[in-house]
Design a protein. Structure first.
Length: 267
């Protein structure tokens, strides 16, 4: 596979664009296949590509231990190329968002600022970095809601996805603890056991938060689909607390299926 394709992580681009489309489903009567939604999808794709490029540039030293096969530590891509690509793509993402409603542009611009701050400083500040990435992930639902015309209705789905993402970030730091010598991550500060409890707590808290949605809005019986991501969340928590591997696919599936449950419940 071309090293630049690996750098940009096409699977994460697809997930980001899927989040955006699902978030539009949360707004009853919204037109999912619209010009603004297409522009939003392009903006999200550019953002994910830029964020991944900056992430690999920032993590190039630790990746030489934790992920030596990635394009930069393996020597397939010069670090400066990833830096230039990351900055350019984030700028392009914000520029594309100028074609969207003002609130949508504000969300994208804020996400670009947060992503840049994360890579330059917050990543090395432990929980602050985890919270930042969780927030940026959840903002995809706010973006979709703003394009569809009801950003407030997407607040609970956004918070739910944010909590799962925070747990995913802490879990990722646990897996990379050996190589994160220059970062004050939660696992390196308080140990793997307490970090596992924190990751599990963040993920599990997504369940009661998600249940606020049907309490506030009229939802159909299809919201019962949420039982599937709930089971995945419980299994993910069990694996984290027992020190097992293989939680990454479960958490990504939980976020996607949880978002879909919000969308289906809004029909």
């Amino acid at each position: 596979m071309n090293p630049y394709i690996r750098l940009f992580r096409p699977e994460m681009i697809l997930i980001g664009m899927t989040f955006l489309l699902i978030s539009a489903m949360v707004v009853p009567g919204a037109t999912i296949l619209s010009a603004n939604m297409a522009i939003g999808a392009v903006s999200v794709a550019l953002f994910v590509m830029g964020g991944n490029a900056l992430n690999d540039y920032s993590d190039s030293e630790s990746d030489s231990v934790s992920h030596p096969s990635r394009p930069i530590p393996s020597g397939l891509i010069p670090g400066r190329n990833a830096l230039y690509a990351g900055c350019s793509l984030l700028i392009a993402s914000a520029m594309a968002a100028t074609l969207l409603p003002p609130i949508s542009f504000a969300i994208v611009a804020s996400a670009c600022i947060l992503e840049t701050a994360y890579e330059l400083r917050l990543k090395r500040m432990g929980p602050a970095g985890n919270l930042t990435i969780g927030l940026v992930t959840g903002m995809t639902f706010l973006l979709g809601g703003s394009i569809a015309g009801d950003v407030a209705r997407c607040a609970i789905p956004s918070l739910t996805i944010m909590l799962i993402s925070i747990g995913r970030e802490i879990s990722s730091d646990m897996a990379d603890a050996a190589g994160d010598t220059g970062r004050r991550t939660l696992p390196r500060s308080v140990g793997l056991r307490i970090s596992g409890i924190a990751a599990s707590a963040a993920i599990l808290s997504a369940i009661p938060v998600s249940l606020v949605f049907p309490a506030l809005y009229d939802t159909g019986g299809l919201f019962l689909f949420a039982a599937i991501p709930y089971l995945l969340i419980l299994e993910t928590s069990r694996r984290i607390l027992s020190g097992e591997k293989g939680t990454e696919p479960l958490m990504l599936s939980s976020m996607l299926l949880m978002g879909l449950a919000f969308g289906l419940g809004s029909f």
